[in-house]
Write a protein that binds this ligand. Structure first.
Ligand code: ADP
Length: 301
């Protein structure tokens, strides 16, 4: 995907990585390995004219100068963190790092942690900060060896302690807090399907919430797999109703405070998803001062 920044230097920095700027990863890895112990709101429904551009984007321009973006996605299970983080990663040319994926890879590897992780994940609980930071550090180290710089983190940090550790070792430019109506979250998790061969993410749920008591309706079309994936679809073992409800409870208890952590540092961009990808993606780009040329050409074709 081609990227054009209208006015955010963040995007420019992403496309013109400065080879002389040392990536912060090395420091992150070194610091994490031994293991010691005013928000901005962009509501696309009500702010279509961009009158209220989030102030955090001004900070972002300064902080990301000379290196690739270092962004974090927050949001409840099922909100679509992976979908939008992956799209932005393609657009900006920075790695999308999902700690959920790292955990699932470790589970699939049948390594020493595998059985311990399986029990935790299938109960919808959080993996310990120590294990998750170890997995993340290894991923960053491997990326650094390949010349990666910048990142879009998805699923990390998930506790205030993780946020404090991250804050202590590197600068996070922006935290995008995705929000979706609660009625849709469970349905989206239960409808999620993954291609066991290519890893593609799809969704069979058709979410059609009728307007009620002055609240607008919301429609999210299913995201069907392409024919080559249709016979290879699997569901995540933690996407059962009981486990999703537990994950939502844990999000409230452990991860909501992370929103406050970044809100108080002026780094939080609240983004209310107005619907599915066709409605939400252009509005998210608008909130981030980004433009996706290919998407526009595709829409115009
Ligand atoms: P979700 O769809 O609930 O956001 P993820 O795919 O991000 O799920 O994560 C799946 C599971 O991996 C979590 O339920 C948790 O057990 C574990 N996990 C992922 N990231 C973290 C983290 N930062 N801290 C602790 N556990 C994590």
């Amino acid at each position: 995907m081609a990227v054009v920044s209208r006015c955010s230097r963040a995007a420019t920095a992403a496309t013109t990585a400065n080879a002389t700027t040392a990536p912060t990863f090395a420091y992150l890895i070194r610091s994490l390995s031994p293991f010691s112990s005013s928000s901005s709101t962009f509501d696309p429904q009500n702010d279509l004219n961009n009158r209220n551009k989030p102030a955090v984007l001004g900070t972002l321009k300064r902080e990301s100068k000379g290196r690739n973006v270092q962004w974090v996605f927050l949001g409840c299970p099922g909100v679509g963190k992976g979908t939008y983080a992956s799209r932005l990663s393609n657009l900006l040319g920075v790695p999308h790092i999902s700690t959920g994926d790292l955990v699932r890879d470790e589970l699939a590897s049948s390594g020493p942690l595998s059985s311990q992780l399986k029990e935790i994940v299938t109960q919808g609980k959080l993996v310990s900060d120590e294990i998750i930071i170890d997995l993340l550090s290894k991923r960053l180290e491997a990326g650094e060896a390949k010349g990666e710089s910048g990142f879009i983190l998805d699923g990390f940090p998930r506790t205030v302690r993780q946020a404090e550790i991250l804050e202590g070792v590197t600068d996070i430019d922006l935290v995008i807090n995705l929000k979706l109506r609660e009625e849709a979250l469970l349905a989206k998790c239960l409808g999620r399907r993954i291609c066991s061969e290519c890893g593609g993410n799809y969704n069979v749920a058709c979410i059609d919430i009728k307007a009620e008591n002055g609240r607008p309706g919301m429609y999210m079309a299913p995201l069907p797999p392409p024919p080559q994936c249709a016979s290879k679809l699997i569901t995540r073992p933690d996407d059962t109703e009981e486990v999703v409800k537990q994950r939502l409870r844990i999000y409230q208890a452990m991860t909501r405070p992370v929103e406050d952590f970044y809100r108080s540092r002026g780094k939080l961009l609240e983004f209310d998803l107005p619907g599915g990808i066709p409605e939400s993606w252009p509005k998210l780009l608008c909130a981030l001062n980004l433009e996706d040329r290919e998407d526009k050409q595709f829409a115009a074709a």
